[in-house]
Design a binder for this molecule. Structure first.
Ligand code: FSX
Ligand code: SF4
Ligand code: F3S
Length: 362
């Protein structure tokens, strides 16, 4: 399987075994039965799969980088093999006027059929002049492209909730995609940057079931954002027993104790990082000794800072034992988020798929 990517042959040959492995990983991340894998493989390998137009606005391109420069190349190749990227500025050969023409050609040719992926926030102040491409504002381009798309996927903290651009005082009036696109389904893959598996799972779900996955009220797929970091964390037993790192480098830190007191925002953050992890080498922020900074939550640059101070509103366990209030931490900090999510089974990449299908998504 190989793809022609915007006029340039890219080495994205994926053997069938890798292809199946990738679909199995995505199925596991989505909590789907292993029995769904053949259907996913068939859908993903079909020539009928929809093209993707990928827009870049106010961002650092870290979202694209995390997808395409994964430590393990299979995920990147799989993504390029599964999606037909017809317009993606970071990797396409076209530039300047040719690129602008290509965008128009693509959205007209595939009107109503393509997936629009948006990376980056959209500035709205002063008519949107703080992000312009080819003489058009990001607002104008987004309205034009999204109006012709079948569905919109906002990838990253910036496109979902405005990201660092929206942090106070938000000089450019930056907003996320869902603040502007009201006539199309918008799925939010939040995180700064997000986990590629969450994006891959969302695309595979769309291809396999012909619809987007179920989401919370913030538009985030429940399979990836349905559970709190704190409830999946390998350091949770230390929290429950009152064993904390008091400062970085101390004995508690060296022992791998809970990082709450050095600023971990896991009790107020919804994401699959402890289960899915990153870069195919089993790492995630807390796993390597740094607290979660809450990067999947709206406005985390304002609501989760200072990053190295304790999240307020958390009842700590009594010394040596019982916990009070740990489960309500996220509710206190992020009421709307917590109210929006459901409980989903923990998943593990490369481990046995748990559960026998997910009724919410089938
Ligand atoms: Fe934002 Fe994407 Fe943070 Fe960067 O481009 S989500 S700044 S890591 O990566 O948009
Ligand atoms: Fe893990 Fe952070 Fe919760 Fe401690 S506070 S258990 S480090 S998520
Ligand atoms: Fe972000 Fe926290 Fe995961 S900082 S990457 S949500 S552990």
């Amino acid at each position: 399987m190989s793809r022609q990517v915007v006029g340039k042959e890219i080495d994205v040959k994926v053997n069938r075994r890798t292809f199946i492995k990738g679909c199995t990983m995505a199925a596991a991340a989505m909590g789907l039965s292993e029995a769904m894998v053949p259907r996913m493989v068939e859908a993903a390998a079909s020539d009928q799969r929809p093209p993707v137009v990928w827009l870049h606005f106010q961002e650092c391109t870290g979202c694209t980088e995390t997808l395409l420069r994964a430590t393990h190349p299979d995920v990147a190749r799989l993504i390029l093999d599964i999606i037909s990227v017809d317009y993606l500025e970071t990797i396409m050969a076209a530039a300047g006027h040719q690129a602008e023409e290509l965008l128009q050609e693509t959205i007209n040719k595939y009107n109503g059929k393509f997936i629009c992926v948006v990376e980056g926030a959209i500035p709205t102040k002063d008519g949107g002049i703080y992000c312009m491409i080819g003489g058009r504002t990001a607002m104008d381009i987004l309205a034009d492209v999204s109006s012709k798309a079948a569905a919109v996927i906002a990838i990253g903290a910036c496109a979902t909730f405005g990201g660092i651009q929206k942090a106070k005082p938000n000089p450019t009036g930056a907003v996320g995609v869902m603040d502007l696109v009201k006539d199309k389904p918008v799925v939010n893959i939040s995180g700064c940057p997000p986990n590629p598996i969450s994006f891959l799972g969302t695309v595979l779900h769309f291809l396999t079931f012909n619809r987007l996955p179920r989401t919370d009220q913030l538009g985030r797929p429940l399979f990836a954002y349905g559970r709190k970091i704190h409830d999946q964390c390998e350091r949770r037993a230390h929290f429950d027993e009152g064993r904390f790192a008091e400062q970085f480098g101390d004995e508690g830190h060296k022992q791998g104790y809970c990082l709450y007191k050095v600023g971990c925002k896991g009790p107020g953050t919804f994401a699959n990082c402890p289960a899915v992890r990153f870069n195919d080498v089993g790492v995630w922020p807390v796993g390597v000794g740094h607290g979660c900074i809450g990067c999947t939550e709206p406005d985390f640059w304002d609501t989760m800072t200072p990053f190295y101070e304790r999240l307020p509103g958390i009842d700590l366990p009594f010394a040596g034992g019982a916990v009070a209030g740990a489960h309500s931490a996220g509710l206190k900090i992020l009421g709307v988020t917590a109210a929006a999510v459901g409980i989903h089974a923990a998943v593990g990449i490369g481990k046995k798929i748990i559960g026998k299908g997910n009724k919410e998504q089938d």
